[in-house]
Design a binder for this molecule. Sequence first.
Ligand code: SF4
Ligand code: SF4
Ligand code: FES
Length: 355
Amino acid sequence: MTESKLTLDGQQVEFTPGETLYELASRHGKTIPTLCYDPRLEPFGGCRLCAVELEGTKAPVASCTMRATPGMVVRTDSQSLDKLRRTLLEMVASENRELEVDPLRGYASQQLKELVDRYGARTGRFKGRTSGKSHADDNPFILRDYDLCISCYRCVRVCAEQEGDYAISIMNRGFETRITTEFEGKLKDSQCTFCGQCVQTCPTGALADRKALANAKIPGETRKTRTTCAYCGVGCSLDVLSRGDRIVGVHPAMDGPANEGALCIKGQFAFDFVHHPDRLKSPLVRGEDGELHEASWDEALDRAARGLGQVIEEHGRHSVYCIASGRTPSEACYLMGKFVRAGLGTSYIDNCSRA
Ligand code: SF4
Ligand code: SF4
Ligand code: FES
């Protein structure tokens, strides 16, 4: 046996230094269940659902935190692991108000329900005391429905590790455990930037996207369309959720190369401008009466060209200054630079992009 090999479900496999048993098993196509795990975050080892059998240890170990070492003999699947996972799920699900939540609540909101179904867990087996206390929070973006919270702390960890915000934290222990902000206040009075990452990682829908939920009554199947956020030049990938011709929500793309599941408040929640009645759908030019009127693109571009030409003729080429929109893609920015430098003869150009 070479240094970096172990036995996984009876097979010799090679691992890379630092790899956890969960990562190794996933790489080999094993489907180990997880609840507190989010691949973007430091492993936490809270839910124990990812337990695997490790030869030489009395009890199963959490595969998400256990690093692979040479010579280990690991089993990811057995009747007793199934029983353990089912019992853990029954404990979690027994104190959860409901498992059937609208998928519009968030990206990961169906995870607990899917696992309960997969393991045939009985949801009322350990009925009794419950933890979690929902928080009346009048912000327009995030519903804090902690009756559905299973204390996986993914929200707290994503807020700290991904967003660097530390807006939410854990208080108390046992049945009194609660996710809270400083002084138990409202999110809008905290450090929260409303990036929505806590919503999207929550595996029960306890944290939910209020703006998407407001569209829950729109009929039809929800379709996902992968695209790039149009708000700035960072280029975050996202999936637009639509029903018919209506956009009903946004999910961050967890595999987006620029954002790895992160979005800002605009990319996550400000999708409703698309259907807003005030949205400009055609160019406007000012008429003789001083008012703005709808015009064709040819008419508007002619007017802009005439205006720019006139100003340059009267006041010189450095009298004009151009700002490209932060929403412009690289190719359009390049064209704008050419137009301003080669066309208008000035280098007075800027872009309001954050990138
Ligand atoms: S919305 Fe973002 S900043 Fe606010 S609590 Fe959630 S993760 Fe933290
Ligand atoms: S609110 Fe959701 S993500 Fe946060 S601890 Fe509870 S179940 Fe986990
Ligand atoms: S996923 Fe490993 S302990 Fe929760």
